[in-house]
Design a protein around this ligand. Structure first.
Ligand code: HEC
Ligand code: HEC
Ligand code: HEC
Ligand code: HEC
Length: 198
């Protein structure tokens, strides 16, 4: 077909009608994928591949699953940046895990998780550093600027000192200080520093 044909009326349907159809198909596709994205964000979905891993139980026994407010934080609320661009980007990166799931020997066993926890934690932490723990900050908002009276003096001091260093060396992101807020943090020979699990 000659490109000029695009500007000529189609033999059977007007270009306008074709355009309308195109827009409808595009819109349906867009919403379908939005839906897919959301369906792939539930804890159940995460646990389809991680079904033999203790991850969900760990969350339930941590402060993020067993707190006095009765809030159980979802996997994706911590693990996937919540702004739409970051969300989509992480989703695309995560889709590589399907390959890992099919190829990593004995992946979906507790033994695999136990043996690989340190490395996996490092990978997960790397993502939190990339997004400056934005997911944590979404719930714990304004942790630096506007700290509640109830927060311990030590926490206030640590937080405000760190905030002053923003953009400089030595600035830490939430998870650099708060390790293992949802899972036991793997550290050889030492117990986790700020372990939340009770
Ligand atoms: C298609 C199967 C599959 C699904 C679904 C899945 N995962 Fe995973 N996940 C894997 C595999 C495989 C690995 C190991 C990846 C590697 O080491 O290459 C992994 C590793 C991880 C890691 C540690 C490594 C890293 O890159 O951060 C986290 C965190 C994680 N998954 C969270 C999640 C969350 C949250 C969900 C739900 C939104 C989820 N997973 C859904 C297969 C899956
Ligand atoms: C409150 C936030 C939070 C929630 C909720 C959460 N995670 Fe994590 N997850 C983390 C952090 C932070 C790490 C990085 C290592 C660490 O500090 O424990 C991590 C690490 C991991 C790892 C790497 C192995 C490890 O233990 O470090 C996997 C896999 C993982 N998470 C999967 C999940 C799945 C699946 C869910 C839901 C059942 C979930 N996480 C819920 C914050 C969370
Ligand atoms: C969906 C909201 C949500 C997200 C996301 C979230 N938290 Fe929390 N966090 C909570 C709630 C709710 C509590 C319990 C507060 C309470 O019991 O008073 C809590 C408690 C905590 C505590 C106090 C622990 C203790 O022992 O008292 C720390 C530290 C913390 N979160 C850090 C983090 C970090 C780091 C992240 C990101 C990896 C994160 N949170 C992500 C809601 C969230
Ligand atoms: C430089 C280290 C450091 C960084 C970075 C840091 N914190 Fe903390 N945070 C602390 C210390 C220390 C405490 C007090 C711990 C304790 O009392 O067990 C604390 C306490 C807390 C508490 C409990 C406060 C309370 O009510 O007593 C929450 C929630 C919290 N931090 C969230 C965060 C979040 C979210 C971030 C990222 C925006 C963050 N922290 C970054 C060191 C840090």
């Amino acid at each position: 077909m000659n490109w000029r044909a695009l500007f000529k009326p189609s033999t059977k349907y007007s270009i306008f009608a074709l355009l309308v159809v195109g827009i409808i198909i595009g819109a349906v596709g867009f919403f379908a994928s939005q839906k897919t994205l959301h369906a792939t964000s539930t804890d159940e979905f995460c646990m389809t591949c991680h079904s033999n891993h203790s991850l969900k139980d760990e969350v339930l026994t941590s402060v993020h699953g067993g707190n006095k407010h009765g809030i159980v934080v979802e996997c994706q609320q911590c693990h996937i940046a919540q702004d739409s661009f970051g969300y989509l980007k992480k989703k695309i990166i995560v889709s590589k895990d399907l390959w890992g799931y099919m190829t990593i020997k004995d992946f979906n066993t507790q033994k695999w998780l136990d043996e690989n926890r340190a490395e996996q934690a490092e990978l997960a932490a790397g993502y939190f550093r990339q997004i400056d723990s934005s997911t944590c900050q979404k719930c714990h908002s304004r942790i630096y600027e506007d700290q509640p009276e109830t927060m311990s003096k030590m926490a206030q001091r640590m937080h405000s000192r760190n905030f002053e260093k923003k953009g400089e060396d030595g600035y830490k992101t939430c998870i650099d200080c708060h390790e293992g807020v949802a899972h036991p943090f793997p550290r050889e020979g030492k117990s986790p520093k700020f372990r939340a699990a009770k």
